[in-house]
Design a protein around this ligand. Structure first.
Ligand code: DON
Length: 305
């Protein structure tokens, strides 16, 4: 029998397609060129099935949805204590690009905001920036179950306007949070944000987290289960930035958004969900994406509480 899931997802998609609230991100010139009407949903189970609707083959940059994956790599490389010495796990209550550094120590409040993500990138073990870039890309690819690449035009565009992130990198270098050259680290962070994905890739990546670190299709253990638990906890409290509380009450699952318009959500033990639609609200989260997630959470009983 044909699965009813695609028809259900198509109905959800149609419900939000007409919503024209919000604007595409414009502080990265290449993102301002996005078609604001694109909308796609993908749902991947921990058994390896995936269902996609809308413009699901369209690639876009992963942006901040990269942050939990790099954080997981840093945790595996350095261990919980050494990472915690440099990056906190507390919600900042501030925008993603704020200077949310702990007074006195310069420690970023969490790894989901830009400051913490830049620090996490620097903690990926490597003897050169090229090796670090390669390890990050391989790690994401293992989550997705296919070889991913970098959208060079997005990388160059963000690099040419990345003054805020460079400022954060220099500050954290001054505080001793980052050991390596801050310009190299920020470039590496921008490169990780420029990795090109589809909602299908993202759903598989989220499903790998839902499956306690084992990629459902390839069967590869990508990260340890205790690392996944830690990452999902931080996604729950900090993944949607200063809208994390709203998200937790209405949708109620660990999630992460990206400024290109993607959102991933993880229902542990069951599914990974990904949505894409470039119009963003004031927090930098996809307007239609949030509506889709709210509806799925309600209809499928995904709320953890
Ligand atoms: O560093 C930046 O500003 C971007 N590369 C990522 C920001 C982002 O995706 C915020 N999320 N909604």
């Amino acid at each position: 029998m044909r699965s009813p899931i695609p028809d259900y997802l198509a109905e959800v998609l149609e419900e939000v397609r007409g919503d024209e609230r919000g604007d595409v991100a414009d502080y990265i010139p290449e993102l301002a060129r996005a078609n604001p009407d694109l909308t796609a949903i993908a749902l991947a189970t921990v058994e390896g099935s995936v269902y996609c609707v809308g413009e699901a083959g369209r690639e876009f940059s992963i942006q901040s949805m990269s942050k939990p994956f790099t954080y997981s790599l840093a945790l595996g490389d350095q261990g919980f204590d050494d990472v915690a010495a440099r990056i906190g796990v507390e919600p900042s209550g501030e925008a993603f690009n704020e200077i949310s550094l702990e007074a006195g120590t310069g420690r970023p409040l969490n790894p989901m905001i830009n400051a913490g993500a830049i620090a996490a990138h620097s903690l990926v073990r490597a003897s050169s920036t090229a090796e670090r870039d390669r390890r990050v890309l391989e790690h994401y690819s293992a989550f997705a179950g296919r070889e991913l690449g970098v959208a060079e035009e997005v990388f160059e565009s963000e690099q040419s306007t990345g003054h805020r992130n460079l400022g954060l990198g220099h500050l954290m270098k001054a505080f001793g949070i980052i050991d390596d050259d801050p310009v190299d680290v920020v470039n590496g962070y921008i490169r990780q944000c420029s990795v090109s994905v589809t909602v299908r890739d993202l759903a598989h990546m989220a499903a790998t987290l839902a499956n306690a670190g084992v990629q459902p299709v390839t069967g590869e253990r990508v990260v340890r289960a205790d690392v996944v638990r830690h990452v999902l906890s931080v996604m729950t409290s900090c993944g949607m930035y200063d809208a994390a509380g709203d998200w937790l009450t209405t949708v109620g699952i660990p999630a992460k958004s990206g400024v290109a318009g993607g959102i991933i959500g993880v229902l542990p033990g069951q599914v990974g969900v990904a949505v894409f639609s470039p119009r963003l609200d004031v927090h930098g989260n996809s307007v239609r994406g949030i509506r889709v997630m709210e509806r799925l959470s309600r209809d499928l009983g995904m709320h953890l509480m």
